[in-house]
Design a protein. Structure first.
Lengths: 140, 493
């Protein structure tokens, strides 16, 4: 049966980007306020799931031609690498570094290595969640 | 190198991640996992030597002060177990090259092993009770993959049981930790020990002690919580079974030994009495199981249950001989169970069945297999000078010192039954009239024999070289019997 889901598809095209941008906002907000890589990743996953609901698996795979397993691996590597960087400075594992920089446009900004770790978490969450959904959804 | 205790955890993790990039390339999978395990093993030997010379190493993650951050603690006990774990993994990985089959190798088999080793080593090393839960989850999730990988009907059936049991026990673990936290207000294991000593272990702590015994007892397969083990462990292929049998139950045993020597030491009359009774029952039930089956896998699996009972019986004595015996026996059991599972894997490969009644006369065609099996069997039963002897001797010595004569006699009698159960395999499989064997190639057989023989030889050396190992085990015993050493190392400054 072919359903008429023009409204869903049209809305999704707009809403997807709103959710995605919001997830990026949450991701960066996580530094001092509630949020972070995990929640951001879940939001992005939510956006992609919405795409999957509105369209179908093949269309989404064409639109987002990533290998999500590799994405998980890259995320893990980023997270582990950031945490393990401490080993080379002979400080306890997971010790982070941060400093204040004056960047053009942003002004004085605090840059923290935790953001790289969080980016890793983000990628792991998106990668593994989508892998699970794709492999369950792709079965039939 | 203040991060040294973390290396045996991080390195397998790193290599597991790298392997995810090369899913289809079996050659790279094999090479990278071999390299990863060897490097981790070198790091763990280095750790062992450092712990020997410098005492307990502790590092608190993220440079937080000790009771607030997550501490990782390597004392001699955990360093010994970490090294043994990586040693077993090395042999199982080499064995898997021929035994596991390309289909599984292409589906994250080696990453799963390395992730599991990450979890096992993490659980051995962590000094934070909640972090221990996290590492338990890491190793369990990897083991879920390993047990279901291949998707045979039996595997699917047993993995549902396995996952259900473990999910329930993990939930109970979190509840118990929350319970403990609400009483002592800390999660750092050294700090918990201090706080419990301050309040002098009231009844509620004893309740938590029993809850912990239940939680870890499910993972470590003590009576009556071992019910899931014989079924679940017989489902996956032999290399996975060897890893599970050698490592996973031992994590539960380690956790019981750690908590029962570090936390719950002020009401030994109740907690350790329960532990002792349960461990004796575990031995008895294991013995019945080991004699009841004609299936190779089941016989050795029930021997895991017996060993768990013996180790915990030693730990329950809370004196020097008992604890050091338990440590000796724990390491011995990891080595010998690994070796035995690899050996029966070869027997199953050669005969094409795991039913003892359908075998016979292998001695005529596969003599080396028979002799090495016999050595491993004698080692398991504890015939001097092989590896099981010293541990069992110390355990019974400790039990006689505390006056648990009946328990010691049961442990000693269980050795005879262990011997009988494994010799039965020898008699049925190697003696008698040769039965017609399915056609198998000699080359995979030789390739599987190589790691197995080395592992058996190592276990023999472990028995013969007891004299050199005594200083290490003494160090491990001291830390367990005097929690202050552990506490001072973590809460220094």
């Amino acid at each position: 049966m072919k359903t008429n889901d023009v409204i869903l598809q049209t809305t999704t095209k707009v809403v997807f980007f709103i959710i995605f941008l919001f997830s990026i906002h949450i991701f960066f907000a996580g530094h001092y306020t509630p949020g972070g890589g995990f929640v951001g990743g879940l939001l992005t996953t939510g956006a992609i799931v919405l795409l999957l609901l509105a369209f179908d698996l093949k269309t989404v795979q064409k639109a987002l031609p990533f290998n999500f397993t590799i994405m998980t691996a890259i995320g893990l590597l980023l997270a582990l690498g950031t945490a393990a960087g401490a080993i080379f400075f002979n400080v306890p594992f997971f010790t982070h570094a941060f400093d204040y920089f004056t960047l053009p446009l942003f002004g004085e900004t605090s840059l923290h290595t935790a953001i790289i770790f969080d980016a890793g978490v983000f990628l792991v969450v998106v990668g593994s969640a989508i892998t699970i959904i794709q492999s369950i959804g792709g079965d039939s | 190198m203040i991060n040294l205790p973390l290396l045996p955890i991080i390195l397998p993790f790193l290599f597991a991640i790298l392997l995810l990039f090369f899913k289809e390339n079996v050659r790279i999978q094999r090479a990278l996992s071999l390299v990863g395990v060897i490097i981790s093993l070198i790091a763990s030997f280095f750790l062992l030597v450092t712990v020997k010379s410098e005492g307990v190493l502790a590092v608190t993650l993220g440079s937080w002060p000790a009771p607030f951050g997550i501490s990782m603690v390597s004392d001699m006990f955990s360093a010994l177990l970490v090294t043994t774990t990586l040693l077993i993994t090395l042999f199982v990985v080499v064995y898997s090259f021929t035994a596991i089959g390309e289909e599984r190798e292409k589906f994250f088999y080696y990453p799963a092993i390395l992730f599991m080793v990450t979890g096992v080593n993490g659980a051995f090393t962590t000094g934070d009770i909640f972090n221990m839960f996290v590492f338990f989850e890491v190793l369990l999730i990897a083991s879920y993959l390993l047990i279901v990988l291949g998707g045979e009907k039996k595997q699917l059936r047993e993995s549902i049981k396995y996952i259900l049991v473990n999910v329930v026990s993990s939930a109970l673990f979190v509840i118990t930790v929350a319970y403990l936290y609400s009483v002592v207000g800390t999660l750092n294991m050294a700090d918990i020990s201090v706080k419990i000593a301050e309040i002098g272990q009231p009844g509620i702590i004893t309740v938590i002690a029993v809850l912990m015994l239940i939680v870890f007892g499910v993972k470590g397969a003590i009576f009556p919580l071992y019910f899931w083990l014989p079924g679940s462990y017989s489902a996956p292929p032999v290399p996975v079974l060897a890893l599970f049998g050698a490592l996973l139950t031992k994590v539960g045993v380690y956790a019981i030994m750690r908590t029962y020597t570090l936390f719950f030491v002020h009401n030994v009359g109740v907690t350790h009495e329960i532990l002792m009774v349960v461990s004796i029952l575990t031995v008895i039930v294991g013995c019945i199981g080991a004699l009841a089956y004609f299936d190779l896998k089941q016989i050795i699996i029930y021997n895991i249950v017996i060993a768990v009972g013996v180790i915990l019986f030693g730990a329950a004595q809370m004196n020097e001989a008992g604890i050091s015996g338990a440590i000796f026996y724990l390491v011995h059991d990891m080595l010998i169970k690994g070796a035995l599972f690899l050996l029966i894997g070869i027997i199953i490969y050669v005969t094409g069945t795991s039913n003892l009644r359908k075998m016979g006369g292998l001695m005529k065609t596969h003599a080396p297999l028979g002799w090495f099996y016999l050595i491993a069997a004698f080692g398991l039963a504890g015939i001097p000078p092989l590896s099981g002897f010293i541990g069992k001797m110390l355990i019974t010595q400790g039990a006689f010192q505390t006056g648990n004569v009946l328990g010691s006699i049961i442990i000693l009698a269980s050795s005879l039954i262990v011997l009988l159960s494994v010799i039965r395999i020898f008699i049925y499989a190697f003696w008698g009239e040769p039965v017609e064997l399915p056609k198998t190639k000699r080359k995979p057989y030789a390739r599987m024999m190589l790691p197995t023989i080395v592992l058996v030889v190592l276990s023999v050396l472990y028995g013969v070289g007891t004299e050199w190992l005594i200083p290490y085990v003494t160090d491990a015993t001291d830390v367990l019997l005097q929690p202050s050493i552990y506490i001072d190392a973590v809460l220094k400054e």
